[in-house]
Design a protein around this ligand. Structure first.
Ligand SMILES: [Zn+2]
Length: 496
């Protein structure tokens, strides 16, 4: 089975060959923990979770190292901490913001059935590593200390690296012409970026000891964002590793700058062999933004009625996301969630009441689709076919030369579903939870049903139909009948 992946560096699909098949290494940029993660943030977490599962299948569970960082030092965090906890010392407030946001992120992605990465380093635990890399860059002639308006900074000198811009395909001279920011006087080049910046005593900071031209310069300060990922990937994966991933919005400047830092610090041509990026996410055909009012966090989707008037199980969001190829832009809609839920309902229905023996055979069709640059939409179609096939031919599906009984086939479907992160709940629990999660109360349902019975009694059938449609839209299926005395009755159940 050969695995091919699209590489942003070369702009083509290539066969994947790990540096060491016994130790496959992948780094994915994680969240900056100052606010709830939104559904756009969920996409890379889900996409690279599937890749992690696939790599573990191909190379063995103990042979893949997946590192996803937590950025817990950033000016956005400082601002949020000062806003939310004005009476607290800033460092305590920052800890409060980062700890609660990281915990929320973990709860969110667990609900999306994402496996925890092998290592999840925090930026603040890796300051020494960052200062070490910055010193290498100064010593190699790729970085310099300059005094800006906010204090001293260590800056990366982009013109010191001829290959700068290769990932994003931007030439340095074009960047000068197109630079939107005014040239800051202390920078040698407009595109030079911050590695370390001085903090005031009230801002979070660490003592950075740098050596420039033989002299030691001590700057109490904090790291720039890009150096964090160079430091953490180096510490946990080495100077060159196999795969670096993230959202397409990170290609420039974040990933370009990570490459510049890591390659120049360690004298390498390559930081990661394969660079992978997931596409943009829109909501109902529009860019997601707070000003448009269509900004949805993972938590809101899972636990509130903000999106589509109801809450959604994490598996539904996961399936809706994976039905689109990871490199394509995705339009996130209520309709897509409804369709994903219908599919999951069907899968769970097929598993209801079955004795599920252990199975551990991954279907070739699924491995093959995923091996072709992670074609998850095709893999899901195949999974659907597996579920469908045992329903149509309960006792006669041929596999490995023999008949497989229905329950065995269900176990096969279940194993493959779980490989992709689906059907991990007990089927009864799935339907019970859905019933509980209904956004309308029993009382509202009963009132609507009573109104409909009354409408039917006075032969106002238009109104009776309207009420039935309203209930159907809430996921309620009605069943009309008569009681022992011949009076009309209506019972209801949650639509499956
Ligand atoms: Zn990063």
């Amino acid at each position: 089975m050969s695995l091919t992946l699209y590489n942003t560096l070369t702009r083509k699909k290539e066969p994947f060959t790990p540096i060491n098949p016994a130790d496959v290494r992948m780094y994915v940029c994680g969240p900056t923990v100052y606010d709830f993660a939104h559904i756009g943030n969920a996409r890379p977490v889900i996409v690279f979770d599937v890749l992690y599962r696939l790599l573990r299948h191909v190379y063995g569970e103990g042979h893949v190292r997946y590192v996803r960082n937590i950025t817990d030092v950033d000016d956005k965090i400082n601002d949020r901490a000062a806003r939310d906890y004005p009476d607290m010392a800033l460092n305590d407030a920052i800890r409060k913001v980062t700890e609660s946001t990281a915990a929320q992120f973990h709860a969110d992605v667990a609900a999306l059935r994402c496996l925890p990465p092998t290592v999840e380093p925090r930026a603040t635990d890796n300051i020494v590593e960052m200062v070490g890399i910055i010193n290498r860059l100064i010593a190699n002639g790729h970085a310099y200390i300059a005094k800006g308006e906010q204090g001293r900074e260590v800056l990366f000198e982009v013109s010191s690296m001829p290959a700068y811009g290769a990932l994003s395909n931007r030439k340095l001279d074009e960047q000068i012409e197109g630079a939107r920011v005014a040239v800051e006087a202390h920078k040698r080049h407009a595109a030079d970026f911050v590695l370390w910046k001085e903090s005031s005593l009230s801002e979070p900071g660490w003592n950075g000891a740098f050596v420039e031209g033989g002299a030691e310069v001590s700057i109490y300060g904090r790291p720039g964002w890009h150096i964090e990922c160079s430091a953490m990937s180096h510490r946990y994966l080495g100077e060159t590793f196999d795969i670096h991933g993230g959202g397409i919005d990170l290609v420039f400047p974040h990933h370009e700058n990570e490459i510049a830092q890591s390659c120049c610090a360690f004298g390498r041509d390559v930081m990661a062999n394969v660079w992978m990026h997931n596409g943009f996410l829109q909501v109902e055909g529009q860019k997601m933004s707070k000003s448009l009012g269509n900004f949805v966090t993972i938590h809101e989707l899972l636990a509130t009625e903000k999106f589509g008037g109801r809450s959604w199980p994490g598996e539904v969001l996961r399936l809706a996301m994976l039905k689109t190829h990871y490199r394509q832009p995705i339009d996130f809609t209520v309709k897509a969630l409804e369709e994903a839920e219908k599919t999951l309902d069907r899968w769970y229905t097929n598993l209801l009441g079955r004795k599920l023996a252990l199975s551990s055979k991954l279907d070739n069709s699924i491995v093959q689709s995923l091996s072709d640059d992670m074609n998850t939409s095709l893999a899901i179609n195949h999974l659907n076919d597996i579920f469908r096939s045992f329903k149509d031919t309960p006792f006669s599906r041929q596999a490995d030369g023999g008949d497989i009984r229905d329950d065995d086939w269900a176990a096969h479907a279940l194993f493959n579903a779980r490989f992709l992160g689906f059907c991990e709940q007990d089927p009864d629990k799935w339907f019970a939870l859905k019933k509980k999660n209904l956004s309308v109360s029993n009382e509202i349902i009963q009132n609507l049903i009573s109104s409909r019975i009354e409408a039917r009694r006075v032969k106002n059938f238009a109104e009776s139909d309207r009420l039935r449609d309203e209930l159907v839209a809430m996921g309620i299926q009605l069943k009309d009948g008569k009681d022992a005395d011949g009076n009309p009755t209506t019972t209801w159940e949650v639509k499956r």
